[in-house]
Design a protein around this ligand. Structure first.
Ligand code: SF4
Length: 118
């Protein structure tokens, strides 16, 4: 399997071979690439970034993201769990908006400071 490492701008093209329980990686310039390739084969994960409704503020939507990457198969569940979520200003970066989102064990956190409107 061919895969491009996304951990830095070098974008190393890697070749991953799976043989039973063994995963070998070539083409990576550093160990981060190998770790990324192995995770992509075994349990691919992604960050989720979206918005939730916001009240009492000059803007109507609060940008949020997962505090850590979640399994790829749980992305839709996380987005679904955030539908209907509404928070009130003030909000600080890093505030937990939804703990343990969709049972992933990963919190949804605010990515923007927002004060009261007016
Ligand atoms: S393998 Fe290392 S150097 Fe290459 S893109 Fe990934 S992080 Fe960057």
């Amino acid at each position: 399997m061919k895969i491009i490492c996304v951990n830095c701008p070098m974008g190393c093209p890697m070749e991953v071979q799976v043989s039973g329980q063994e995963i070998s990686v070539s083409g990576n310039a550093c160990s981060r690439g190998a770790a990324y390739a192995k995770t992509e084969c075994v349990n691919p994960v992604r960050m989720v970034a979206t918005t939730v409704k916001l009240k009492n503020a000059a803007i109507a939507a609060l940008p949020v993201k997962t505090a850590k990457p979640v399994p790829k198969g749980k992305i839709f569940d996380c987005v679904k769990a955030l539908k209907g979520v509404e928070v009130c200003a003030p909000i600080s970066i890093g505030d937990i908006i939804v703990p343990n989102c969709a049972g992933t064990g990963v919190d949804i956190v605010a990515t923007k400071n927002v004060g009261f409107a007016g």
